[in-house]
Design a protein around this ligand. Structure first.
Ligand code: PMP
Length: 400
């Protein structure tokens, strides 16, 4: 009865994991998946999360439904984390916020809201490249997908001039998605000075900033630094939209806890936006899961657990940064042809190595190392036990 259903293409990242699983070599490394791994290559449950689990267990809370927009203490704390406690829209009661099914769900609600209510063209501009899922999320919500320049292949850096030109030439009042920090997949972010220029350009063109922040704290180890772009845009008066995920920074991947917020003009506007968010969410999934939101609230809402978490998230970021230094040093020590400075300067979970698809294939065949063919590696997959072997294998693949 499903003879009319064509087979879809496999997911490029899950395909990498399948090849990795099928490889029996003890040397094998999976650098495809975007989840943090500890020094032993194992998934990491944060100690602050374990403590929060214990508190929740002891509190013996019920399992009733949450309201459509989620757990109120959670959304309040999530907003304060992103925007700051002193944020003007928060204080003035004009931030509409709702819990979401992690960052993906936030993006799905945000794009659906824009498809319904954004005045003017229903198009969204995404950086090229961007996180692969942005494209189908926007399309499934009914937005047309367009791109702006972001990555410069030659410098393995930001094509800031190209980015500005494309944003400048987009029609006035366009919706433009920005990665708030730790751009996925490139690991390349604008500098603070460049963010300021972008804010001016957005004002001039009356563009709508759509921020995706999946890595607050996880990128640099510093909550404030990673929130710079979002907070600066808010200070500058942009009525932005923000998607948040707690998958990476609290290691709560499978709990699916996130939030989406809209900076509104007034409390009255906020309540109209809130009412429509409920109308969008209710037929999608009725109301969000409770456990992850309780965990996040227990941590962000307790001064002690919050301090502990800050140390833990910094620890994850710093382990990744130390792998960047080790990898860079080893590649240079091995006289690997090319310039590798980008490995150190890139930010967050991922690095765009600049490796060519044929070199990626060679790494899989000859060295049991798996990554996507765009040359992106998850830095979290490296540790002191495998980083030298990885550098040696890359060096060989590049030398041919
Ligand atoms: N945005 C970006 C840029 C991401 O990298 C991710 C995770 N890979 C997400 C959003 C959403 O992830 P999740 O749904 O797990 O929160």
């Amino acid at each position: 009865s499903w003879g009319n259903v064509p087979a879809g293409p496999p997911d490029p990242i899950l395909g990498v994991t399948e090849k990795f699983k099928a490889d029996t070599s003890p040397k094998k490394i999976n650098l495809g998946v975007g989840a943090y791994r500890d020094e032993n290559g194992k998934p990491y449950v944060l100690p602050s999360v374990q403590k929060a689990e214990k508190l929740l267990y002891e509190a013996k809370g019920d399992k009733e439904y949450l309201p459509i927009t989620g757990l109120a203490p959670f959304t309040k704390l999530a907003a304060e984390l992103a925007y700051g406690k002193e944020s003007i829209p928060l204080k003035e009661g004009r931030l509409a916020i709702t819990q979401s099914i992690s960052g993906t769900g936030a993006l799905r609600i945000g794009t659906a809201f824009l498809a319904r209510f954004y005045p003017g063209a229903k198009a969204i501009y995404l950086p090229s490249p961007t996180w692969g899922n942005h494209i189908p999320i926007a399309k499934d919500s009914g937005l047309e997908v367009k791109q702006y320049k972001y990555f410069d292949k030659d410098t393995v850096g930001l094509d800031f001039e190209g980015m500005k030109q494309d944003i400048e030439s987009a029609p006035e009042g366009s919706i433009i998605l920005l990665h708030a920090c730790a751009h996925n997949p490139t690991g390349i972010d604008p500098t603070e000075a460049q963010w300021k220029e972008l804010s001016d350009l957005f004002k001039k063109k009356k563009h709508f900033p759509f921020f995706d922040m999946a890595y607050q704290g996880f990128a640099s180890g510093d909550i404030l630094k990673d929130a710079f772009a979002v907070r600066y845009f808010v200070e500058q008066g942009h009525q932005l939209l923000l998607c948040q995920s707690f998958a990476k920074n609290l290691g709560l991947y499978g709990e699916r806890v996130g939030a989406i917020s809209f900076v509104c003009e007034s409390p009255e506007e906020k309540s109209r936006v809130d009412s429509q968010l409920k109308i969008i969410i209710r037929p999608m999934y009725s109301n969000p899961p409770i456990h992850g939101a309780r965990l996040v609230s227990a941590i962000l809402g307790s001064p002690e657990l919050y301090e502990e978490w800050l140390v833990e998230v910094k620890g994850m970021a710093e382990r990744i940064i130390s792998m960047r230094t080790k990898l860079y040093n080893k590649l240079v020590e091995l006289n690997t042809p090319g310039e590798w400075g980008h490995i150190k300067s890139q930010i967050g979970m991922f690095s765009f190595t600049g490796l060519k698809p044929e070199q990626v294939d060679k790494l899989a065949e000859k060295a049991h190392i798996y990554l996507t063919r765009d040359g992106r590696i998850s830095m979290a997959g490296l540790n002191s036990g495998n980083v030298e072997y990885f550098a040696e294998s890359v060096s060989k693949a590049v030398k041919g």
